[in-house]
Design a binder for this molecule. Structure first.
Ligand code: PHB
Length: 250
C-alpha cells in the first residue's frame, strides 16, 4: 500500500525507522532517526511520536529515543528462537563454566549469523558478538557452520556476492570458502582463526533438530593461540544435549 508522496508504504517507513537501531546504536535523536531512515523531518517526528505512544519506542529524559520494552516483550514472547535459547541455556552454561571462554548460540537469518545468546566471564577475552547482533557467514565460525549445512541456493547466493575482508585471515575467495565448507562437513566443526578479529579464534559445532537439519551453531571464542581441541569435546557434548532436549520438549 503506497500512501506517502514518495510512494513507500507505512510498513516500509516503520521498518526503516526501527532498523536505524543497531546493537551499537541504541539511542538516537528523532532527527538522526529521520536522516538514517531517509525520511523528511515531519514524517520522522510523526512516526516516532506514534511509536512512542504505542510503547514500541521510548524516550529518555533528554527526549532521545530507544527501542521500547513493549517491542522487546512482543518480539521475544512469540519468537521460536526463544524456545531454542531456553533449551540451550543450561548446556551453554556448562560449556562456559568448563571452557571459561565466551560461549554463544547463533541461527541463520537473512544470509547472516544472528546471535541468540552469549555467555561470558568478566575476564573473558575479546569478542565482537552481541546478543541480537549479526556476523557475516563466511567470516565467523558459527557462520561457516551454518553456511556449510545450508541449502545450495543460499550457499551460491552468499558466495556470488563480494565477500568482505575483515582481517588478513578472512577467506574471501569463493574457492577457499567452498573448500572450507566441505572440510567443515567432513570433520563436523569449524575453526576460524583470526577470520573476524585478529586476536581470536572461533570454534563452532552444528546443532540439529530431530530430522537431522542443522538449526543453529554453538561456538566458543578463544584467544587466538589456543588449540581448538581444548573446547571441542565440551561443544560436542553440549550440542548433543541440546539436540536431545529439543526432541524431549517438542
Ligand atoms: C567466530 O565465531 O569465529 C568469532 C566470533 C566472534 C569473535 C571472534 C570469532 O569475536
Amino acid at each position: 500500500m503506497a500512501n506517502s508522496t514518495s510512494g513507500d508504504s507505512v510498513t516500509d517507513r516503520l521498518v526503516r525507522v526501527l532498523e536505524t537501531f543497531t546493537p551499537t546504536r541504541t539511542v538516537q535523536t528523532t532527527a538522526e532517526i529521520g536522516r538514517r531512515a531517509g525520511l523528511p523531518s515531519s514524517s520522522a517526528h510523526r512516526i516516532v511520536g506514534e511509536l512512542v505512544e504505542a510503547g514500541l519506542l521510548e524516550r529518555d529524559d533528554q527526549r532521545r529515543v530507544r527501542i521500547g520494552m513493549r517491542l522487546w516483550e512482543l518480539a521475544t514472547r512469540s519468537s521460536h528462537a526463544l524456545r531454542l535459547r531456553q533449551v540451550a541455556l543450561p548446556f551453554m552454561e556448562r560449556v562456559q563454566a568448563r571452557v571459561r571462554e565466551h560461549t554463544q548460540l547463533a541461527i541463520l537469518e537473512q544470509d547472516e549469523a544472528l546471535f541468540l545468546e552469549r555467555l561470558s566471564d568478566a575476564d573473558s577475552g575479546a569478542n565482537i558478538t552481541r546478543v541480537a547482533g549479526r556476523l557475516p557467514l563466511h567470516a565467523s565460525s558459527s557462520g561457516l557452520v551454518l553456511l556449510s549445512y545450508a541449502d545450495r541456493d543460499l550457499q551460491e547466493r552468499v558466495l556470488s556476492a563480494p565477500l568482505q575482508r575483515l582481517t588478513d585471515a578472512t577467506l574471501v575467495a569463493p574457492t577457499d570458502v567452498r573448500r572450507k565448507l566441505s572440510e567443515i562437513r567432513l570433520v563436523g566443526y569449524a575453526v576460524a582463526p583470526g577470520y573476524i578479529e585478529t586476536v581470536s579464534t572461533g570454534v563452532a559445532v552444528p546443532v540439529r533438530e530431530g530430522s537431522g537439519v542443522v538449526i543453529a551453531a554453538l561456538s566458543v571464542v578463544l584467544p587466538r593461540g589456543t588449540a581448538p581441541e581444548s573446547a571441542l569435546p565440551e561443544l560436542r557434548h553440549a550440542a548433543a544435549g541440546i539436540e536431545n532436549a529439543l526432541v524431549r520438549h517438542r
